[in-house]
Design a protein around this ligand. Structure first.
Ligand code: HEC
Ligand code: HEC
Length: 220
């Protein structure tokens, strides 16, 4: 690793991870936060390799949306931590990584690396782009939605004990994957049925997009 990259890695390792949120955020949610602060610099917001630092590197950062599919979790842990990243085995034996990718073994806990992997899997498999900031979405969700949908999105908020209703379970991928981002935005702004309120006038478009992005990560 060049000196510039090494000091970059050290600098980034000093950044503080955000404060805890109510509920237990999913691994993909936690991974998204780490990805934004530590990985998108090179790999780009969508993981395709066009981050702001990419043009300064001698070697193009990988398009993670393409490469991740053929990597097992074990191999990804090795690549990210730098413990044997240069020895990808199996199908990709010929594809040996250089040291252009920083080693993050000293920076992250095993738990954080697993969270990153969960988010990389989201990036490479989901057909839904994250339109807004999930972290903002998480705060809004706890404030406005958890009372019915539950702190963790299971549809079991306190209101379900006093009103007869079944809020959508936002953690159920089968149901959620049937709704496009536009469907979800429309449902949130206009409401649905007797108890899903219309949020138009209370939440603006950016806030609704942030909420939808947060909800997407609840299924991972
Ligand atoms: C300083 C730029 C830089 C940063 C920051 C960076 N990467 Fe990379 N990464 C690269 C480059 C360059 C490669 C390609 C290395 C090669 O092909 O030899 C790469 C390759 C990878 C690969 C291997 C792709 C494959 O399957 O073949 C993974 C996985 C990866 N990066 C994940 C991450 C994660 C997760 C983070 C954040 C914790 C991150 N990278 C941060 C530059 C970077
Ligand atoms: C007063 C209770 C309540 C609150 C507060 C609430 N919801 Fe709901 N929500 C429901 C119920 C009940 C349903 C199921 C509606 C149905 O299927 O008829 C639902 C359904 C949904 C759906 C699926 C809509 C569809 O067309 O099937 C989405 C998306 C959703 N809620 C998002 C949110 C978001 C985001 C918030 C916070 C801004 C929120 N909800 C706040 C009760 C609530």
């Amino acid at each position: 690793m060049s000196r510039v990259l090494l000091s970059l890695a050290i600098l980034m390792s000093l950044s503080v991870f955000g404060s805890a949120l109510a509920g237990d955020p999913t691994a993909a949610f936690e991974g998204q936060r780490i990805f934004v602060s530590h990985c998108q610099l090179c790999h780009g917001p969508d993981g395709k390799g066009a981050g702001p630092l990419a043009k300064n590197l001698g070697l193009a950062p990988s398009d993670l949306t393409q490469t991740i599919r053929s990597r097992s979790d074990t191999i990804l842990r090795k690549i990210i931590s730098g413990e044997g990243g240069q020895t990808i085995t199996g199908r990709d034996r010929h594809n040996i990584l250089t040291d252009a990718m920083p080693n993050w073994g000293e920076v992250f806990t095993d738990h954080q690396i697993d969270a990153l992997i969960a988010y990389l899997r989201y990036l490479s498999t989901s057909k839904f782009e994250l339109l807004g900031d999930p972290e903002q979405g998480a705060r809004l969700y706890q404030k406005y939605c958890a009372v019915c949908h539950g702190e963790e999105g299971y549809g079991d908020g306190v209101m379900t004990q006093i009103l007869e209703m079944e809020p959508l379970d936002h953690t159920n991928p089968v149901v959620m994957d049937r709704m496009t981002n536009d469907d979800m935005i429309a449902a949130i702004l206009s409401g649905n049925g007797e108890y899903m309120p219309a949020w138009e006038g209370i939440l603006n478009r950016d806030e609704v997009e942030a909420l939808v992005s947060y909800i997407r990560l609840l299924t991972q």
